[in-house]
Ligand binder design. Structure first.
Ligand code: P6P
Length: 336
């Protein structure tokens, strides 16, 4: 009988990073070490999310509240883990976290040349419902000679060195891309704690009849937003209406959109004139992933998302993220 073909070419994230580094002769290995700290934090956060969800659901001893508040504490655990991982890497000069009002400067890290923005557990309000949440991150390199100031992180997404997210679903899925590079997906194999390359060179379909938006905000939408979504739901040419898919957790909605195609949107509206999602650690990293996968990302003024420069570290933006052709269609409704 045929022996089962064994996939001998198993690429771990660790090997992938080492091979990437060897492509850059000038590389010192600092970025690679920073990425190892990133992957450590994803593994640790994944562990705590699975444990906490189980413990809270079964109400095992030690979990006092039935309202799921402990899940909220996961925000803190995830944030603390991420800060510790960045600090101990010795390569991170400053960190912006969704959970921290101010920038965290690692002043003792002499020689650290990277600035990191992250949302340690994005979508955490869904945790007790068992919805996939995730960590979203972006990495900037400090300006020459800089020891790390807020100007090193308040930059357009076009200057991101690397970006991506890890979705804690049935397994932990890491999606990562580097400036000008491809998008690669890794799946955490829990049996030996390695991220394995399962989705090399991810490309988003050019179009797909799926839209992902919180229609509960329709009352607040601007006219052109309403017109765009109505064109998908009530097609003029008697075409088939689009399917609606909305999870309410950005990494889950983004990951599905990246795999299947379509559009994810959180438009700015009368309730949130600047939009809801944060530029540094939600919109910009996702925009980089989608552009490098052949898609597009624009804000509510149809500006390329990666060219938007935040004034403050927690600034928000409207966003349309998805298939190339679908974002072109969005633009046609805003340029009337
Ligand atoms: P809404 C989760 O709270 C989050 O920040 C994103 O993960 C998600 O896309 C969005 O907010 C959901 O917002 O208003 O639809 O509940």
């Amino acid at each position: 009988a045929e022996t089962a073909a064994v996939n001998t070419n198993i690429v771990t994230l660790t090997r992938f990073l080492t091979e990437e580094q060897s492509k850059h002769k000038e590389a010192t290995g600092d970025f690679t070490l920073l990425c190892h700290a990133l992957q450590f934090s994803f593994k640790a956060i994944s562990h705590y999310i699975r444990r906490a969800t189980l413990v809270n659901l079964t109400g095992l001893a030690g979990q006092s509240n039935a309202t799921g508040d402990d899940q909220k504490k996961l925000d803190v655990i995830g944030n603390d883990l991420f800060i510790a991982a960045m600090r101990s890497s010795g390569k991170c000069a400053l960190l912006v976290s969704e959970e921290e009002e101010e920038i965290i400067y690692f002043k003792d890290q002499t020689g650290a040349r990277y600035a990191v923005a992250c949302d340690p557990i994005d979508g955490s309000s869904n945790l007790d419902a068992g919805v996939s949440v995730g960590t979203i991150f972006g990495v900037h390199k400090l300006a020459e000679g800089s020891t790390g100031t807020k100007e090193d992180i308040l930059k357009p997404g076009t200057e991101l060195l690397a970006a991506g997210f890890t979705m804690y679903g049935a397994s932990a899925q890491l999606v990562i891309t580097m400036r000008g590079g491809t998008v690669n997906g890794f799946t955490l194999d829990n049996s030996f704690g390695e991220f394995i390359l399962t989705h090399p060179n991810m490309r988003i379909p050019k179009k797909r009849a799926i839209y992902s938006v919180n229609e509960g905000n329709s009352l607040y939408w601007e006219e052109n937003t309403k017109e765009y979504f109505n064109s998908l739901k009530f097609p003029q040419d008697n075409g088939k209406p689009y399917s609606a898919r909305y999870i309410g957790s950005m990494v889950a909605d983004a990951y599905r959109t990246l795999l299947y195609g379509g559009i994810f949107a959180y438009p700015a509206d009368k309730k949130s004139p600047k939009g809801k999602l944060r530029i540094l650690y939600e919109c910009a990293p996702m925009a980089m992933v989608f552009e490098n996968a052949g898609g597009q990302a624009v804000d509510s003024k149809m500006r390329r998302m990666l060219e938007v420069v935040p004034e403050h570290i927690h600034d928000r933006s409207g966003i349309y993220l998805g298939s190339y052709d679908e974002v072109e269609k969005v633009k046609s409704f805003y340029k009337k």
